[in-house]
Design a binder for this molecule. Structure first.
Ligand code: 4NP
Length: 144
């Protein structure tokens, strides 16, 4: 089973949005999909209200009990794809883990996903997340 983990700074806004959008898009695929943070700042905190609202607005189901978790060495060992939501996330991931894991670390989408924690624009985030998840879905389906 292919395993993909989306990673952002706090794991409360962008990466959980990607996790739940991807789970919905890939509902019939045999993929394991999770999300994590590069930081421990939001550890144990629930998904941001803005992300919850945008998921509800677009009819995307999500786990109300999901809480922020920092990415670990176990995660980077076990997932096939570790996908940073912006360029800084990718840079941080590459700095956090041994060089042997670099080939598993990817950027979610070329333009990156601006952080709605700062922009306040969760709808913009949703559209980029939807676009990126569709591209990743093709990638995972084509990677045999
Ligand atoms: P996220 O957004 O990385 O998309 O989950 C953030 C959440 C929290 C913080 C920064 C970004 N923070 O500074 O606590």
């Amino acid at each position: 089973m292919k395993k993909i983990c989306f990673v952002c700074l706090g794991n409360i806004c962008r990466s959980p949005m990607a996790e739940f959008v991807m789970k919905e898009l890939a509902i019939k695929d045999d993929f394991y999909i999770e999300s994590r943070a590069t930081s421990s700042w939001e550890h144990g905190h629930p998904v941001h209200r803005g992300t919850q609202k945008v998921l509800q607005d677009h009819g995307i189901p999500y786990n109300h009990f999901k809480t922020s978790k920092q990415v670990s060495l176990d995660d980077i060992s076990s997932f096939d794809y570790i996908v940073g939501m912006d360029k800084q996330n990718v840079k941080d991931l590459k700095a956090m883990f041994p060089a042997e894991f670099k080939s598993k670390i990817f950027l979610f989408i070329e333009e990156g996903v601006p952080d709605p924690w700062f922009t306040g624009d969760f709808e913009e985030t949703y559209h980029l997340v939807k676009k990126g998840c569709s591209l990743w879905l093709e990638e995972l389906r084509n990677d045999i």
